[in-house]
Design a protein around this ligand. Structure first.
Ligand code: PEP
Ligand code: CO
Length: 475
Protein backbone atom coordinates (compact mmCIF):
# COMPACT_ATOMS: atom_id res chain seq x y z
CA UNK A 1 0.00 0.00 0.00
CA UNK A 2 1.19 3.52 -0.68
CA UNK A 3 2.66 5.22 2.35
CA UNK A 4 0.06 7.28 4.12
CA UNK A 5 1.64 10.49 5.28
CA UNK A 6 1.03 14.14 5.83
CA UNK A 7 3.59 15.89 3.62
CA UNK A 8 3.40 19.36 2.15
CA UNK A 9 -0.01 19.75 3.75
CA UNK A 10 -1.34 16.83 1.70
CA UNK A 11 -3.88 14.68 3.44
CA UNK A 12 -2.75 11.45 1.84
CA UNK A 13 -5.25 9.34 3.74
CA UNK A 14 -8.16 11.34 2.38
CA UNK A 15 -6.80 11.28 -1.17
CA UNK A 16 -6.36 7.51 -1.07
CA UNK A 17 -9.78 6.96 0.45
CA UNK A 18 -11.26 8.82 -2.52
CA UNK A 19 -9.29 6.64 -4.90
CA UNK A 20 -10.39 3.46 -3.14
CA UNK A 21 -14.07 4.26 -3.62
CA UNK A 22 -13.84 2.02 -6.69
CA UNK A 23 -13.47 -1.05 -4.46
CA UNK A 24 -17.15 -0.89 -3.54
CA UNK A 25 -18.23 -0.94 -7.20
CA UNK A 26 -18.51 -3.69 -9.74
CA UNK A 27 -15.25 -4.26 -11.63
CA UNK A 28 -15.94 -6.16 -14.83
CA UNK A 29 -13.41 -8.37 -16.61
CA UNK A 30 -11.29 -9.16 -13.53
CA UNK A 31 -9.82 -12.64 -13.04
CA UNK A 32 -11.08 -14.81 -10.24
CA UNK A 33 -7.93 -15.00 -8.16
CA UNK A 34 -8.02 -18.29 -6.21
CA UNK A 35 -5.86 -17.00 -3.37
CA UNK A 36 -6.74 -13.51 -2.10
CA UNK A 37 -3.73 -13.41 0.22
CA UNK A 38 -1.36 -14.05 -2.69
CA UNK A 39 -2.86 -11.13 -4.64
CA UNK A 40 -2.50 -8.90 -1.63
CA UNK A 41 1.16 -9.88 -1.29
CA UNK A 42 1.79 -9.18 -4.98
CA UNK A 43 0.00 -5.83 -4.70
CA UNK A 44 1.96 -4.87 -1.63
CA UNK A 45 5.21 -5.66 -3.39
CA UNK A 46 4.15 -3.78 -6.50
CA UNK A 47 3.39 -0.72 -4.39
CA UNK A 48 7.04 -0.61 -3.24
CA UNK A 49 8.41 -0.58 -6.81
CA UNK A 50 9.53 2.67 -8.45
CA UNK A 51 7.05 4.41 -10.75
CA UNK A 52 7.35 3.56 -14.44
CA UNK A 53 6.49 7.08 -15.60
CA UNK A 54 6.62 10.46 -13.91
CA UNK A 55 3.76 12.80 -13.16
CA UNK A 56 5.45 15.59 -15.14
CA UNK A 57 5.57 13.40 -18.25
CA UNK A 58 1.86 12.62 -17.98
CA UNK A 59 1.21 16.36 -17.60
CA UNK A 60 3.29 17.07 -20.68
CA UNK A 61 1.34 14.51 -22.70
CA UNK A 62 -1.87 16.17 -21.53
CA UNK A 63 -0.70 19.50 -22.96
CA UNK A 64 0.20 17.77 -26.24
CA UNK A 65 -3.23 16.13 -26.41
CA UNK A 66 -4.82 19.50 -25.68
CA UNK A 67 -3.11 20.81 -28.82
CA UNK A 68 -4.60 17.91 -30.78
CA UNK A 69 -8.06 18.64 -29.35
CA UNK A 70 -7.63 22.22 -30.63
CA UNK A 71 -6.72 20.96 -34.09
CA UNK A 72 -3.03 21.83 -33.83
CA UNK A 73 -1.56 18.32 -33.59
CA UNK A 74 -2.47 14.74 -34.45
CA UNK A 75 -2.29 11.65 -32.23
CA UNK A 76 -0.75 8.41 -33.45
CA UNK A 77 -1.46 5.65 -30.94
CA UNK A 78 -0.46 2.12 -31.83
CA UNK A 79 0.93 -1.23 -30.86
CA UNK A 80 -0.05 -4.81 -30.10
CA UNK A 81 -3.53 -5.86 -29.15
CA UNK A 82 -1.93 -7.91 -26.38
CA UNK A 83 1.74 -7.54 -25.58
CA UNK A 84 3.33 -10.73 -24.32
CA UNK A 85 6.25 -11.21 -21.97
CA UNK A 86 7.97 -13.51 -24.46
CA UNK A 87 7.78 -10.96 -27.27
CA UNK A 88 9.35 -8.17 -25.23
CA UNK A 89 12.63 -8.66 -27.06
CA UNK A 90 14.96 -5.91 -28.26
CA UNK A 91 14.28 -6.67 -31.93
CA UNK A 92 10.52 -6.71 -31.67
CA UNK A 93 10.36 -3.58 -29.52
CA UNK A 94 12.73 -1.79 -31.89
CA UNK A 95 10.69 -2.76 -34.95
CA UNK A 96 7.46 -1.54 -33.40
CA UNK A 97 9.11 1.75 -32.41
CA UNK A 98 10.58 2.06 -35.91
CA UNK A 99 7.19 1.43 -37.49
CA UNK A 100 5.59 4.12 -35.33
CA UNK A 101 8.43 6.56 -36.09
CA UNK A 102 8.02 5.90 -39.81
CA UNK A 103 4.26 6.40 -39.65
CA UNK A 104 4.78 9.59 -37.66
CA UNK A 105 7.19 10.95 -40.26
CA UNK A 106 4.74 10.17 -43.05
CA UNK A 107 1.98 11.98 -41.14
CA UNK A 108 4.08 14.94 -40.02
CA UNK A 109 5.50 15.53 -43.46
CA UNK A 110 2.21 14.93 -45.24
CA UNK A 111 0.08 17.03 -42.94
CA UNK A 112 2.66 19.60 -41.78
CA UNK A 113 1.43 19.02 -38.29
CA UNK A 114 3.10 17.81 -35.09
CA UNK A 115 2.36 14.15 -34.43
CA UNK A 116 2.11 12.85 -30.87
CA UNK A 117 3.62 9.37 -30.65
CA UNK A 118 1.90 7.11 -28.16
CA UNK A 119 2.69 3.38 -28.03
CA UNK A 120 0.20 0.74 -26.94
CA UNK A 121 3.28 -0.55 -25.20
CA UNK A 122 4.95 -1.30 -21.86
CA UNK A 123 1.78 -2.44 -20.11
CA UNK A 124 -0.76 -3.69 -22.67
CA UNK A 125 -0.87 -7.06 -20.92
CA UNK A 126 -4.49 -7.52 -19.80
CA UNK A 127 -7.42 -8.35 -22.08
CA UNK A 128 -11.19 -8.27 -21.72
CA UNK A 129 -12.81 -11.51 -22.93
CA UNK A 130 -16.29 -12.38 -24.07
CA UNK A 131 -16.33 -15.52 -21.93
CA UNK A 132 -14.65 -16.55 -18.66
CA UNK A 133 -13.79 -19.93 -20.12
CA UNK A 134 -12.65 -21.45 -23.39
CA UNK A 135 -13.56 -24.92 -24.62
CA UNK A 136 -11.47 -26.90 -27.08
CA UNK A 137 -12.28 -30.50 -28.04
CA UNK A 138 -14.52 -30.89 -25.02
CA UNK A 139 -11.94 -29.49 -22.56
CA UNK A 140 -12.93 -26.29 -20.74
CA UNK A 141 -10.30 -24.04 -19.15
CA UNK A 142 -10.18 -20.41 -17.96
CA UNK A 143 -9.98 -17.96 -20.88
CA UNK A 144 -6.63 -16.31 -21.58
CA UNK A 145 -6.83 -12.82 -20.01
CA UNK A 146 -3.41 -11.54 -21.01
CA UNK A 147 0.08 -12.29 -19.73
CA UNK A 148 -0.55 -10.20 -16.63
CA UNK A 149 -3.08 -12.84 -15.52
CA UNK A 150 -2.38 -16.26 -17.05
CA UNK A 151 -0.61 -18.02 -19.93
CA UNK A 152 -1.90 -18.55 -23.47
CA UNK A 153 -1.04 -22.26 -23.79
CA UNK A 154 -4.14 -24.37 -23.51
CA UNK A 155 -3.13 -26.42 -20.45
CA UNK A 156 -4.54 -26.25 -16.92
CA UNK A 157 -1.14 -25.09 -15.56
CA UNK A 158 -0.76 -22.28 -18.02
CA UNK A 159 -4.37 -21.07 -17.81
CA UNK A 160 -4.36 -20.98 -14.01
CA UNK A 161 -4.40 -17.34 -12.97
CA UNK A 162 -1.21 -16.39 -11.15
CA UNK A 163 -0.77 -13.15 -9.15
CA UNK A 164 3.01 -13.54 -9.51
CA UNK A 165 2.43 -12.31 -13.07
CA UNK A 166 1.56 -8.84 -11.76
CA UNK A 167 5.17 -8.31 -10.72
CA UNK A 168 6.56 -10.03 -13.78
CA UNK A 169 4.44 -7.69 -15.92
CA UNK A 170 5.79 -4.69 -14.07
CA UNK A 171 9.38 -5.77 -14.78
CA UNK A 172 8.69 -6.49 -18.45
CA UNK A 173 7.01 -3.08 -18.75
CA UNK A 174 10.04 -1.47 -17.08
CA UNK A 175 12.51 -3.08 -19.47
CA UNK A 176 10.31 -2.30 -22.49
CA UNK A 177 10.03 1.33 -21.46
CA UNK A 178 13.74 1.52 -20.77
CA UNK A 179 14.50 0.41 -24.31
CA UNK A 180 11.90 2.78 -25.77
CA UNK A 181 13.48 5.65 -23.87
CA UNK A 182 16.94 4.65 -25.12
CA UNK A 183 15.74 4.39 -28.72
CA UNK A 184 13.86 7.67 -28.73
CA UNK A 185 16.26 9.79 -26.67
CA UNK A 186 19.60 8.25 -27.56
CA UNK A 187 20.03 9.14 -31.23
CA UNK A 188 18.05 6.38 -32.92
CA UNK A 189 15.04 8.69 -33.43
CA UNK A 190 17.22 11.44 -34.95
CA UNK A 191 15.44 12.61 -38.11
CA UNK A 192 18.74 12.18 -39.94
CA UNK A 193 18.18 8.42 -39.38
CA UNK A 194 14.98 8.53 -41.38
CA UNK A 195 16.38 6.04 -43.92
CA UNK A 196 17.68 3.73 -41.21
CA UNK A 197 14.20 3.13 -39.81
CA UNK A 198 13.26 1.54 -43.10
CA UNK A 199 16.15 -0.93 -43.07
CA UNK A 200 15.60 -4.54 -42.16
CA UNK A 201 12.01 -4.64 -43.38
CA UNK A 202 11.22 -6.77 -46.42
CA UNK A 203 11.03 -4.60 -49.56
CA UNK A 204 7.46 -3.75 -50.51
CA UNK A 205 5.60 -0.93 -52.31
CA UNK A 206 4.86 0.96 -49.09
CA UNK A 207 8.42 1.12 -47.87
CA UNK A 208 9.61 2.05 -51.36
CA UNK A 209 7.21 4.98 -51.24
CA UNK A 210 8.59 5.72 -47.79
CA UNK A 211 12.15 5.73 -49.21
CA UNK A 212 11.31 8.53 -51.60
CA UNK A 213 9.68 10.54 -48.86
CA UNK A 214 12.76 9.96 -46.69
CA UNK A 215 14.93 11.27 -49.52
CA UNK A 216 12.86 14.48 -49.61
CA UNK A 217 13.21 14.87 -45.87
CA UNK A 218 16.96 14.33 -46.19
CA UNK A 219 17.20 17.11 -48.72
CA UNK A 220 15.16 19.44 -46.50
CA UNK A 221 17.43 18.64 -43.55
CA UNK A 222 20.57 19.33 -45.58
CA UNK A 223 19.06 22.63 -46.65
CA UNK A 224 18.36 23.55 -43.03
CA UNK A 225 21.88 22.51 -42.03
CA UNK A 226 23.35 24.66 -44.79
CA UNK A 227 21.29 27.58 -43.49
CA UNK A 228 22.71 26.99 -40.02
CA UNK A 229 19.44 25.80 -38.44
CA UNK A 230 20.18 23.61 -35.41
CA UNK A 231 17.43 22.12 -33.30
CA UNK A 232 17.33 19.49 -30.58
CA UNK A 233 13.87 18.65 -31.93
CA UNK A 234 15.58 16.90 -34.83
CA UNK A 235 17.68 14.55 -32.76
CA UNK A 236 15.20 13.35 -30.15
CA UNK A 237 11.55 12.66 -30.04
CA UNK A 238 8.90 12.51 -27.35
CA UNK A 239 7.39 9.06 -27.13
CA UNK A 240 4.71 8.14 -24.64
CA UNK A 241 3.19 4.82 -23.58
CA UNK A 242 -0.39 3.79 -22.90
CA UNK A 243 -2.48 0.72 -22.21
CA UNK A 244 -6.00 -0.28 -21.26
CA UNK A 245 -6.26 0.16 -17.49
CA UNK A 246 -8.18 -3.08 -17.14
CA UNK A 247 -6.62 -4.99 -14.28
CA UNK A 248 -7.16 -2.90 -11.19
CA UNK A 249 -4.90 -5.10 -9.04
CA UNK A 250 -2.05 -3.86 -11.27
CA UNK A 251 -3.12 -0.23 -11.65
CA UNK A 252 -3.93 0.46 -8.00
CA UNK A 253 -0.49 -0.32 -6.48
CA UNK A 254 1.19 1.72 -9.22
CA UNK A 255 -0.96 4.75 -8.45
CA UNK A 256 0.98 7.23 -6.38
CA UNK A 257 0.58 10.65 -4.83
CA UNK A 258 2.67 13.30 -6.55
CA UNK A 259 4.61 15.00 -3.79
CA UNK A 260 4.58 18.30 -5.70
CA UNK A 261 0.85 18.66 -5.82
CA UNK A 262 -0.74 15.96 -3.69
CA UNK A 263 -2.54 14.61 -6.74
CA UNK A 264 -2.77 11.00 -7.84
CA UNK A 265 -1.07 9.60 -10.93
CA UNK A 266 -1.28 6.08 -12.25
CA UNK A 267 2.43 5.62 -12.91
CA UNK A 268 1.99 2.42 -14.96
CA UNK A 269 1.75 4.49 -18.17
CA UNK A 270 1.40 8.04 -19.41
CA UNK A 271 -2.11 7.60 -20.77
CA UNK A 272 -4.62 4.98 -19.68
CA UNK A 273 -7.84 4.10 -21.40
CA UNK A 274 -11.08 2.39 -20.45
CA UNK A 275 -12.33 -0.25 -22.87
CA UNK A 276 -15.72 -0.52 -24.50
CA UNK A 277 -16.70 -3.31 -22.09
CA UNK A 278 -15.73 -1.58 -18.85
CA UNK A 279 -16.88 1.99 -19.40
CA UNK A 280 -20.03 1.72 -17.21
CA UNK A 281 -20.60 5.01 -15.43
CA UNK A 282 -21.20 3.33 -12.11
CA UNK A 283 -18.46 0.75 -12.57
CA UNK A 284 -15.08 0.50 -10.86
CA UNK A 285 -12.95 1.47 -13.88
CA UNK A 286 -14.55 4.85 -14.48
CA UNK A 287 -14.52 5.61 -10.76
CA UNK A 288 -10.85 4.63 -10.42
CA UNK A 289 -9.59 6.68 -13.35
CA UNK A 290 -11.68 9.69 -12.36
CA UNK A 291 -9.24 10.11 -9.45
CA UNK A 292 -5.95 10.13 -11.37
CA UNK A 293 -4.48 13.10 -13.22
CA UNK A 294 -3.15 11.18 -16.24
CA UNK A 295 -4.75 11.86 -19.60
CA UNK A 296 -7.58 9.32 -19.95
CA UNK A 297 -9.14 7.65 -22.98
CA UNK A 298 -12.52 5.96 -23.28
CA UNK A 299 -13.50 3.67 -26.14
CA UNK A 300 -16.91 4.35 -27.60
CA UNK A 301 -18.66 1.68 -29.68
CA UNK A 302 -21.67 2.05 -31.99
CA UNK A 303 -24.24 1.90 -29.19
CA UNK A 304 -22.77 4.88 -27.30
CA UNK A 305 -25.23 7.75 -26.99
CA UNK A 306 -24.65 11.48 -26.62
CA UNK A 307 -25.91 11.12 -23.08
CA UNK A 308 -23.32 8.38 -22.36
CA UNK A 309 -20.58 10.63 -23.71
CA UNK A 310 -21.73 13.67 -21.72
CA UNK A 311 -22.01 11.68 -18.50
CA UNK A 312 -18.54 10.28 -19.03
CA UNK A 313 -17.28 13.82 -19.53
CA UNK A 314 -18.98 14.95 -16.31
CA UNK A 315 -17.43 12.10 -14.36
CA UNK A 316 -13.94 11.96 -15.87
CA UNK A 317 -13.41 15.54 -16.96
CA UNK A 318 -15.74 17.75 -14.94
CA UNK A 319 -13.47 20.78 -15.43
CA UNK A 320 -13.44 20.10 -19.19
CA UNK A 321 -9.73 20.46 -19.17
CA UNK A 322 -8.17 20.36 -22.66
CA UNK A 323 -6.23 17.13 -23.21
CA UNK A 324 -7.68 15.34 -20.21
CA UNK A 325 -10.18 13.19 -22.07
CA UNK A 326 -9.89 11.38 -25.39
CA UNK A 327 -12.80 9.53 -26.94
CA UNK A 328 -11.58 6.65 -29.06
CA UNK A 329 -14.45 5.67 -31.35
CA UNK A 330 -14.66 2.13 -32.76
CA UNK A 331 -17.88 2.00 -34.67
CA UNK A 332 -17.29 -0.36 -37.59
CA UNK A 333 -17.03 0.71 -41.21
CA UNK A 334 -20.71 0.02 -41.85
CA UNK A 335 -21.93 2.18 -38.96
CA UNK A 336 -19.55 5.08 -38.50
CA UNK A 337 -21.23 7.37 -41.04
CA UNK A 338 -24.60 6.86 -39.33
CA UNK A 339 -23.62 7.13 -35.69
CA UNK A 340 -20.54 9.33 -35.37
CA UNK A 341 -21.87 12.68 -36.70
CA UNK A 342 -24.69 12.75 -34.12
CA UNK A 343 -22.29 11.96 -31.30
CA UNK A 344 -19.83 14.65 -32.40
CA UNK A 345 -22.57 17.24 -32.77
CA UNK A 346 -24.21 16.39 -29.44
CA UNK A 347 -20.95 16.70 -27.54
CA UNK A 348 -20.01 19.87 -29.37
CA UNK A 349 -23.42 21.43 -28.69
CA UNK A 350 -22.87 20.77 -24.99
CA UNK A 351 -19.73 22.90 -25.24
CA UNK A 352 -17.28 20.05 -24.56
CA UNK A 353 -14.07 19.64 -26.55
CA UNK A 354 -12.65 16.17 -25.95
CA UNK A 355 -10.02 14.85 -28.33
CA UNK A 356 -11.65 12.56 -30.90
CA UNK A 357 -9.59 9.62 -32.13
CA UNK A 358 -10.59 6.74 -34.40
CA UNK A 359 -9.89 3.10 -33.67
CA UNK A 360 -10.79 1.60 -37.06
CA UNK A 361 -9.84 -1.91 -35.88
CA UNK A 362 -12.22 -3.10 -33.17
CA UNK A 363 -15.50 -2.53 -35.00
CA UNK A 364 -14.30 -4.53 -37.99
CA UNK A 365 -13.50 -8.00 -36.69
CA UNK A 366 -14.50 -11.18 -38.47
CA UNK A 367 -13.67 -14.87 -38.28
CA UNK A 368 -12.79 -16.87 -41.40
CA UNK A 369 -14.23 -20.30 -42.15
CA UNK A 370 -10.84 -21.68 -41.16
CA UNK A 371 -11.16 -20.09 -37.72
CA UNK A 372 -8.83 -17.09 -38.00
CA UNK A 373 -9.85 -13.89 -36.26
CA UNK A 374 -9.09 -11.24 -38.86
CA UNK A 375 -9.97 -7.82 -40.27
CA UNK A 376 -10.12 -6.56 -43.83
CA UNK A 377 -7.66 -3.77 -44.54
CA UNK A 378 -10.33 -2.21 -46.79
CA UNK A 379 -12.81 -2.06 -43.89
CA UNK A 380 -10.18 -0.42 -41.69
CA UNK A 381 -9.53 2.16 -44.40
CA UNK A 382 -13.24 2.66 -44.93
CA UNK A 383 -13.83 3.38 -41.25
CA UNK A 384 -10.92 5.84 -41.36
CA UNK A 385 -12.48 7.68 -44.27
CA UNK A 386 -15.83 7.65 -42.49
CA UNK A 387 -14.15 9.22 -39.46
CA UNK A 388 -12.79 12.09 -41.55
CA UNK A 389 -16.14 12.50 -43.33
CA UNK A 390 -18.09 12.66 -40.07
CA UNK A 391 -15.79 15.37 -38.70
CA UNK A 392 -15.96 17.30 -41.93
CA UNK A 393 -19.75 17.17 -41.77
CA UNK A 394 -19.92 18.43 -38.18
CA UNK A 395 -16.96 20.79 -38.28
CA UNK A 396 -14.97 19.12 -35.50
CA UNK A 397 -11.35 18.04 -35.68
CA UNK A 398 -10.43 14.39 -36.38
CA UNK A 399 -7.59 14.34 -33.88
CA UNK A 400 -5.89 10.99 -34.23
CA UNK A 401 -5.77 7.28 -34.94
CA UNK A 402 -5.53 4.26 -32.65
CA UNK A 403 -4.17 1.20 -34.46
CA UNK A 404 -3.22 -2.38 -33.61
CA UNK A 405 0.05 -2.98 -35.41
CA UNK A 406 3.39 -4.66 -35.29
CA UNK A 407 6.72 -4.08 -37.01
CA UNK A 408 6.79 -7.74 -38.05
CA UNK A 409 5.73 -9.14 -41.40
CA UNK A 410 2.82 -11.07 -39.97
CA UNK A 411 -0.21 -12.15 -41.99
CA UNK A 412 -3.12 -11.35 -39.69
CA UNK A 413 -5.25 -8.77 -41.58
CA UNK A 414 -6.65 -9.44 -45.05
CA UNK A 415 -5.76 -7.24 -48.01
CA UNK A 416 -3.35 -4.35 -48.33
CA UNK A 417 -1.21 -4.01 -51.42
CA UNK A 418 0.36 -7.44 -50.80
CA UNK A 419 -3.22 -8.69 -50.97
CA UNK A 420 -3.10 -11.14 -48.09
CA UNK A 421 -5.93 -13.62 -48.66
CA UNK A 422 -7.60 -16.13 -46.38
CA UNK A 423 -5.24 -18.92 -47.36
CA UNK A 424 -2.21 -16.72 -46.57
CA UNK A 425 -3.35 -15.94 -43.01
CA UNK A 426 -1.87 -19.24 -41.82
CA UNK A 427 1.62 -18.32 -43.05
CA UNK A 428 2.49 -16.08 -40.17
CA UNK A 429 -0.35 -15.51 -37.74
CA UNK A 430 1.18 -14.69 -34.34
CA UNK A 431 -1.26 -12.51 -32.44
CA UNK A 432 -2.64 -14.08 -29.26
CA UNK A 433 -5.59 -11.76 -29.40
CA UNK A 434 -6.75 -9.41 -32.19
CA UNK A 435 -5.15 -9.34 -35.66
CA UNK A 436 -2.63 -6.52 -36.22
CA UNK A 437 -1.60 -4.59 -39.30
CA UNK A 438 1.86 -5.65 -40.39
CA UNK A 439 4.68 -3.25 -41.16
CA UNK A 440 3.63 -2.64 -44.71
CA UNK A 441 -0.10 -2.27 -44.01
CA UNK A 442 0.77 0.21 -41.22
CA UNK A 443 2.81 2.36 -43.59
CA UNK A 444 0.11 2.19 -46.26
CA UNK A 445 -2.43 3.33 -43.73
CA UNK A 446 -0.20 6.22 -42.66
CA UNK A 447 0.13 7.41 -46.26
CA UNK A 448 -3.66 7.40 -46.65
CA UNK A 449 -4.22 9.24 -43.37
CA UNK A 450 -1.61 11.81 -44.45
CA UNK A 451 -3.65 12.35 -47.63
CA UNK A 452 -6.83 12.87 -45.60
CA UNK A 453 -5.05 15.37 -43.36
CA UNK A 454 -3.60 17.19 -46.33
CA UNK A 455 -7.05 17.52 -47.89
CA UNK A 456 -8.50 18.65 -44.60
CA UNK A 457 -5.92 21.39 -44.24
CA UNK A 458 -6.44 22.40 -47.80
CA UNK A 459 -10.22 22.61 -47.60
CA UNK A 460 -10.06 24.43 -44.30
CA UNK A 461 -7.54 26.88 -45.66
CA UNK A 462 -10.11 27.54 -48.38
CA UNK A 463 -13.30 27.54 -46.38
CA UNK A 464 -12.02 28.55 -42.97
CA UNK A 465 -14.79 26.37 -41.56
CA UNK A 466 -12.50 24.84 -39.05
CA UNK A 467 -9.34 26.66 -38.09
CA UNK A 468 -6.57 25.29 -35.90
CA UNK A 469 -7.38 26.29 -32.36
CA UNK A 470 -11.13 26.31 -32.87
CA UNK A 471 -12.53 22.89 -32.34
CA UNK A 472 -15.93 24.42 -31.83
CA UNK A 473 -17.04 26.61 -34.69
CA UNK A 474 -17.85 30.07 -33.48
CA UNK A 475 -15.47 29.92 -30.53
C1 PEP B 1 -8.55 -3.32 -27.48
O1 PEP B 1 -8.24 -2.13 -27.67
O2 PEP B 1 -7.77 -4.27 -27.64
C2 PEP B 1 -9.95 -3.61 -27.08
C3 PEP B 1 -10.29 -4.70 -26.41
O3 PEP B 1 -10.79 -2.66 -27.51
P1 PEP B 1 -12.32 -2.34 -27.18
O4 PEP B 1 -12.37 -1.99 -25.72
O5 PEP B 1 -12.57 -1.16 -28.07
O6 PEP B 1 -13.12 -3.55 -27.55
CO1 CO C 1 -7.61 -5.54 -29.61
Amino acid sequence: MAKVSQTHGIDARRVLEGLDAYRALEAKQQPTWPDAAAVQRASAELSTQPPLVFAGEADQLRTRLAAAARGEAFLLQGGDCAETFAAATADKIRDRVKTLLQMAVVLTYGASMPVIKLGRMAGQFAKPRSSDTETRDGVTLPAYRGDLVNGYDFTPESRTVDPGRLLEGYHVAASTLNLIRAFTQGGFADLRQVHEWNKGFVANPANQRYESLAAEIDRALKFMEACGVESAALSQTEFYVSHEALLLDYERPLTRIDSRTGELYDTSGHMLWIGERTRDLDGAHVEFLSHVRNPIGVKLGPTATVDDALRLIDKLDPEREPGRLTFITRMGAGKIRDVLPGLLAGVRDAGATPLWVTDPMHGNGMTTATGYKTRRFDDVMDELRGFFEAHREVGTFPGGIHIELTGDDVTECLGGSENIDEATLATRYESLCDPRLNHMQSLELAFQVAEELKQLRHSHDQEVRWRPGTNVPGR
